[in-house]
Design a protein around this ligand. Structure first.
Ligand code: NAD
Length: 379
């Protein structure tokens, strides 16, 4: 069984899907691993590091793809890459199956078995494969550093001979994995932190990190599904949240927004008036830019300014911390791959409660109900 790793070439991408430490583990499972020349350089790993771990370095991309039984990636491979794989080959990466299902038609038509890291179920058994959480952790951390770097003041409370410097105020909207990491990071830098989430369960986690949880009376409506995820709220409930946020935003130095609803457009939490109500020099980091944004004026990967307030919506912060992001991702995909390898051979058990639900296409069929519905097909 041959596992291939490409040199990721998406814009600004510096991560690699498998780090040498994971290659060693896969080789121990009797898999062969081929890595495209220089694939690890962005994550500070050389071709020699991969050779020492037991991988073969391949410079000819077509040859690498043509001989792969499994292609492991980070971003979704292009249609051209899908077509160069053998029929029936396996692809494992972030595929954005619910956001852009049509992009997977070439994989379906070519008979590829595709697994999406976004669809790995969040059950206890699959925790080690939860790449969404790994990347959200990195993004939440980096968002605080970006904000701290942009504001014209310091984060911690300082008492100096020249007088007292008050701490920065940080507001975090959405207290899931990214939001909680942002809270923890901002607290470590000495900021006073407040956070808001529609899930009541988030309150306890926010408070345990030393931040204040902002409560909104949403009239007792259901805000989360059975899986613990937020559901799409009514316009009235969203408005109540927005009013509270606009009020709190006036005194914030940095706002980090992370609110998402799986498979839906991100909820709008701040409109232009809320941004304009903020102090000059304050910064908003919108981490939901890739799914439409939480802030109406944010633009993906652009820096926007409104009355002295800076709004940024970086869509790939994990790629800016490539060593640790790659290390975490690599461990996640290696845990998943270990479910597909038996005695060094590819073994696909679609009845497995992690493997089956993570699959998007197999033998020319859509395997996921929601993706199939979006494509007007049956699953
Ligand atoms: P996410 O990225 O889908 O959303 C981020 C946050 O935005 C969530 O906390 C959500 O409640 C919040 N949100 C959605 N709409 C909102 C709105 N209108 N206003 C304010 N906030 C809003 O979420 P995530 O970080 O991937 O995780 C969500 C949940 O899944 C959490 O409960 C988390 O603990 C849980 N989780 C479980 C596992 C596991 O069991 N293996 C792993 C990871 C996460």
């Amino acid at each position: 069984m041959n596992i291939a790793v490409l040199n990721e070439n998406g814009p600004g991408e510096a991560r690699v899907a498998l780090m040498p430490e994971s290659v060693k583990k896969l080789v121990a499972l009797k898999a062969a691993v081929s890595v495209e020349t220089s694939a690890g350089l962005g994550a500070a790993r050389t071709d020699d590091d991969y050779r020492e771990a037991g991988a073969t370095i391949v410079s000819d991309r077509n040859k690498l793809l043509g001989s792969a039984d499994v292609l492991v990636g980070i971003g979704r491979p292009s249609a051209d890459v899908f077509k160069k794989l053998k029929k029936g080959a396996v692809v494992l990466s972030f595929l954005r199956p619910l956001d852009e299902p049509g992009e997977l038609v070439p994989a379906l038509e070519h008979g590829l078995t595709t697994f999406s890291m976004e669809l790995v179920p969040r059950i206890t058994r699959a925790q080690a494969m939860d790449a969404l959480s790994s990347m959200a952790t990195v993004a939440g951390y980096k968002a605080v550093l970006l904000g701290a770097d942009r504001i014209p003041r310091m984060f911690p409370l300082l008492m100096t001979a020249a007088g007292t410097v008050p701490p920065a105020r940080v507001l975090v909207l959405g207290a899931g994995v990214a939001g909680l990491q942002a809270i923890a990071t901002a607290r470590r830098l000495g900021a006073v932190v407040e956070a808001y989430d529609v899930r009541a369960a988030a309150g306890e986690q926010v408070r345990s990190l030393g931040a204040k949880f902002l409560e909104v009376d949403l009239g007792g409506i259901q805000t989360e599904d059975k899986g613990g995820y937020a559901v799409e709220l009514s316009e009235e409930a969203l408005k109540r949240g927005r009013d509270l946020i606009a009020e709190q935003a006036r005194s914030a130095d940095v706002i980090i927004t992370t609110a998402q609803v799986p498979g839906r457009r991100a909820p709008v939490l701040m409109d232009e008036d809320a941004v304009k109500g903020m102090k000059r020099g304050s910064v908003v980091i919108d981490l939901a830019g890739a799914t439409g944004g939480n802030v109406t004026v944010s633009k993906p990967d652009e820096v926007v300014e409104r009355d002295g307030v800076i709004i940024m919506a970086p869509t790939n912060l994990p790629a800016t911390i490539p060593v640790h992001a790659s290390q975490l991702y690599s461990r996640n995909v290696t845990s998943f791959l270990s479910l597909l390898i038996k005695d060094g051979e590819l073994h696909l058990d679609m009845a497995d409660d992690v493997v089956g639900p993570s699959c998007v296409t197999h033998e020319g069929k859509w395997m996921n109900h929601r993706v199939a519905a979006a494509m007007g097909a049956a699953a």
